[in-house]
Design a protein around this ligand. Structure first.
Ligand code: UDX
Length: 433
């Protein structure tokens, strides 16, 4: 199979590399020349553990290519995966500009029948709209459209691609569905065949459901704090019920990233457009917005005023093992601390380069965690990097002016904290004073 992948973001790059790995000839297309130049040298534009050796292996084997020349690539293609971004526009809806451009570019170039597989997360009905556009713009060829939503998580994207729970293939045309199923069969993951609109909805519904689980457990955590229960115990006990399941019950300062915030808002908008008020999902979003501010609330309760306090922010990316800053809690926390006139000293093992572009310019960056903690009045843990989990707690005592920790990711066991002269506030658990 001659496969082309449009867009070399998270989804496109990982899809391209993985499809090459199982034996297909894959050309990844991107309009960004600088990005393509880097990719050709085996340099990944995204931080994803293990991706570069994996790229190199498949490039060396002559299965994986990168180009800016979409037109030539599309002409040779049997199957084209569209994995361009569908960011949020001002009114919360998915912005389909890149997707529509890809459709036009494909239609202008192809000279033979081709299958277009949509990986990008798109509102229900978009694949049919793409099909209509293809029929209008390229009537000389037959272009079938298949919806194949992506469920990989950043930071474990390669693992997820090879060990996912299901591959969803939404198609109207049986032949196209079976071609795409054959492409994916070597992954050995169960394939779920469905219609196009249901496939589009599966992606939104899955992300919205996971976001709901997170907001739910965060609300339980907030109640636990008030009634003296321990959220770790509660989540463990709940998770043993197979109907509930133990995953996505980690309480913290809410979800961020490129998918949950955007997709929950988009689904609420999709519903609103058909006069359906998705109250449950709106509450999920509202709870998350509040939860991202939880540590500020706790710090204000503890200190009264935050003006003049030196606060160490540990972890800036929206979760560990990625440098992605999209919708990270650190954006909210840094902004609010500065508004309260606190001094913010930040440290992240990987994301500081990207963070410097998006955090307010008043934020000071430390090279090491010890340096961030030096003379600090308080530490706020926003991302549960292993470096913080494994940090000897004596470092807080040694480095800080007053060892007061606000832990937004419950990195430490309360019994361990108690053996040090540390004041410790976490999520859904008793404080240690
Ligand atoms: C998510 C989905 O998991 C994936 O299927 C989809 O394709 C894209 O969106 P991702 O955003 O990479 O993936 O990360 P994920 O590990 O799901 O975490 C998302 C956010 O939820 C993070 O901010 C994380 O800290 C938070 N989270 C996750 C919790 O707060 N508690 C949990 O129990 C799980």
């Amino acid at each position: 199979m001659n496969i082309v992948v449009v867009g070399t973001g998270y989804v496109g790059l990982v899809t391209g590399v993985a499809l090459a790995h199982i034996g297909h000839r894959v050309t990844c297309v991107d309009v960004d020349k600088e990005k393509v130049d880097c990719l050709r040298q085996g340099i990944s534009p995204i931080y994803e553990p293990g991706i570069e050796p994996f790229m190199k292996e498949n490039m060396d084997a002559g299965r994986l290519f990168f180009t800016t020349d979409g037109a030539s690539a599309f002409r040779e293609a049997d199957v084209i995966y569209v994995a361009v971004g569908t960011p949020e526009n001002e009114d919360g809806f998915a912005d389909l500009t890149y997707l529509k451009q890809a459709v036009k570019d494909i239609a202008a170039a192809v000279t033979k029948d081709v299958i277009v597989v949509t990986k990008s997360t798109v509102p229900i009905g978009t694949n049919h709209e793409m099909k209509r556009m293809f029929a209008e713009l390229a009537p000389h060829v037959r272009i079938e459209v298949v919806s194949n939503p992506e469920f990989l998580r950043e930071g474990s994207a390669i693992h997820d691609t090879f060990h996912g729970d299901r591959i969803v293939i939404g198609a109207d045309d049986e032949r196209a569905a079976s071609v795409v199923a054959d492409i994916h069969r070597p992954f050995g993951i169960p394939i779920f065949h469905t219609d196009i609109r249901s496939a589009e909805m599966i992606k939104y519904a899955s992300n919205a459901f996971l976001a709901t689980k997170i907001s739910f457990i965060n609300e339980i955590a907030n109640i636990c704090e008030k009634v003296g229960a321990d959220i770790e115990q509660v989540a463990a006990g709940m998770g043993m019920d197979a109907r509930i399941g133990s995953s996505f019950l980690r309480a913290g300062i809410g979800y961020g990233g490129s998918c949950f915030p955007k997709d929950t808002k988009a689904l609420a908008k999709i519903a609103a457009n058909i006069d359906h008020h998705f109250e449950l999902l709106k509450a999920v979003i509202e709870v998350n917005n509040k939860q991202q501010r939880k540590l500020i609330e706790k710090a204000k309760e503890r200190f009264g005023r935050l003006a003049g306090k030196r606060v160490a922010l540990l972890g800036l990316s929206f979760k560990p093992n990625t440098d992605d800053m999209r919708e990270a809690a650190s954006l909210v926390v840094a902004r609010e601390l500065l508004a309260e006139q606190a001094t913010v000293v930040a440290y992240d093992p990987i994301a500081m380069g990207k963070a410097a572009h998006v955090l307010p310019k008043e934020v000071i960056y430390a090279d090491r965690v010890e340096q961030a903690l030096e003379r600090a009045d308080a530490a706020m843990i926003l991302t549960e990097w292993d470096e913080f989990r494994q940090l000897d707690l004596s470092v807080y005592v040694k480095q800080m002016k007053t060892p007061i920790i606000f832990d937004g990711r419950n990195c430490y066991a309360l019994d361990d904290v108690k053996t040090y002269a540390i004041e410790y506030y976490s999520i859904g658990r008793k404080s240690v004073k």
